[in-house]
Design a protein around this ligand. Structure first.
Ligand code: RM4
Ligand code: MN
Length: 388
């Protein structure tokens, strides 16, 4: 096994992007459970995200969601983020909350609706220019509930055309990130149900179009690490949406449902050095914290990713390759399992301490008084929630 001292430097380079929507109120399909001190506007969401970065050193960017995070002055929002030690990450568009989009957005049979959906992305691209964001993230909620409802092929043609218009409007240093989801909100067929569909559209668009893999968007037992490897091999893994699922798109904390799966994913990532910022794979969280405290939930999540990355880095590549070459089935598997079974928590705490960070970020957060402060300060006004 590689020694911890040998991986410490590389580990310190890891960056994880936080979702602004993790800090607002959220709930189940049936009820939103409000929490005290929840942000009332995007400025306060960024302030909360900055706490996670200050305590972990791992989360220097915040993804925004338009229109939930719409402000009058985006340059001021970016300046506010900078002052707090973070920056604006991916801009997420929203194609799922307008009456017009009931039967589709970028795929809609009516060209007026398609034009409206494309125009929304032009607005998002403008937000990117104002905030310095480099990634436009599209999750397409379009799909069909019934066979025959619309032409499957026709929808792909319209989607390709809409995406082309969006891509053409982007600057040379901006990327388009295209997410897939196998079902929901529609149940017969989604228009981008899987990584193959997303990848085909990206390949048709050009080099700056890449796939987003949301760990919650696969059928049960899908081998997600295989998809990770394939997309990396093709140079088209643009980003992750990390979360956990037990049944469907549960949006639980990353690493909560299946830490071993997270480790296997990170093994594919680190074996191609894709955990380093130079790879340009954007490691984002896409989660909500419905019943647990939100800032602590985000801290726990980034630490879960860090732990899985550290364990994956402990695998000695040469040793593993030798076992694989020798056809040593149990030996090769044992190398992975030994790394996974290593408790890295104290080593990571030591590393944080060396970098002037708290050994235990959650304990430090609890002791900081920040939670009491926001609960006292953030009274009045409309608390931001999922969709607000
Ligand atoms: C989708 C998808 C997107 C997220 C929306 C709210 O399921 O995961 O990334 O922005 O939910
Ligand atoms: Mn997602």
């Amino acid at each position: 096994m590689t020694s911890f001292a040998d991986i410490a430097d590389r580990l310190a380079e890891q960056e994880i992007e936080l979702p602004s929507w993790a800090f607002g109120n959220s709930g189940t399909r049936f009820r939103v459970f409000p929490q005290a001190g929840v942000p009332r506007d995007p400025f306060e969401k960024i302030a909360d995200a900055a706490q996670v970065h200050a305590l972990t050193g791992l989360a220097p960017r915040v993804s925004l969601h338009i229109p939930w995070d719409k402000v009058d002055d985006f340059a001021a929002l970016a300046a506010h983020a900078k002052e707090l030690g973070v920056s604006i990450g991916a801009i997420n568009s929203n194609l799922f909350q307008e009456e017009d989009y009931k039967l589709g957005s970028l795929t809609h049979a009516d060209s007026r609706v398609r034009a409206k959906a494309v125009a929304h992305h032009l607005e998002c691209i403008e937000v990117m220019r104002l905030t310095g964001s480099r990634d436009l993230k599209i999750w397409l909620p379009d799909g069909l509930n019934y066979a025959g409802q619309d032409s499957l092929r026709g929808r792909q043609e319209r989607l390709a055309d809409s995406l082309q218009q969006i891509y053409a409007a982007m600057d040379d240093d901006q990327r388009l990130l295209l997410e897939y989801k196998f079902f929901e909100p529609y149940f017969y067929s989604m228009d981008i149900p899987d990584w193959g569909t997303s990848l085909l559209h990206c390949l048709a668009l050009g080099e700056r179009a890449t796939v987003v893999l949301d760990t919650g968007h696969h059928a049960p037992n899908t081998n997600i690490e295989f998809i990770v490897m394939m997309l990396l091999r093709q140079g088209r893994l643009g980003a992750f949406d990390f979360n956990s699922r037990f049944y469907a798109d549960d949006d639980l904390m990353v690493g909560a449902a299946d830490p071993f799966q997270l480790f296997r994913i990170m093994h594919e990532i680190v074996s191609q050095d894709a955990h380093l910022p130079a790879s340009r794979v954007n490691f984002m969280l896409d989660q909500c914290h419905n019943i647990e405290p939100k800032i602590q939930g985000q801290i726990r999540s980034v630490l879960n990713v860090l732990e899985a990355t550290a364990k994956a880095l402990l695998i000695d590549k040469d040793e593993l390759r030798a076992a694989q070459q020798a056809g040593d089935v149990l030996g090769a598997n044992g190398i992975l399992m030994d790394a996974y079974a290593t408790d890295v928590r104290e080593l990571l705490a030591d590393l944080r301490e060396e970098r002037g960070l708290p050994r235990d970020p959650i304990a430090a957060y609890k002791a900081s008084g920040y939670q009491e402060q926001i609960a006292a300060d953030r009274v009045g006004g409309q608390q931001a929630g999922w969709g607000a």
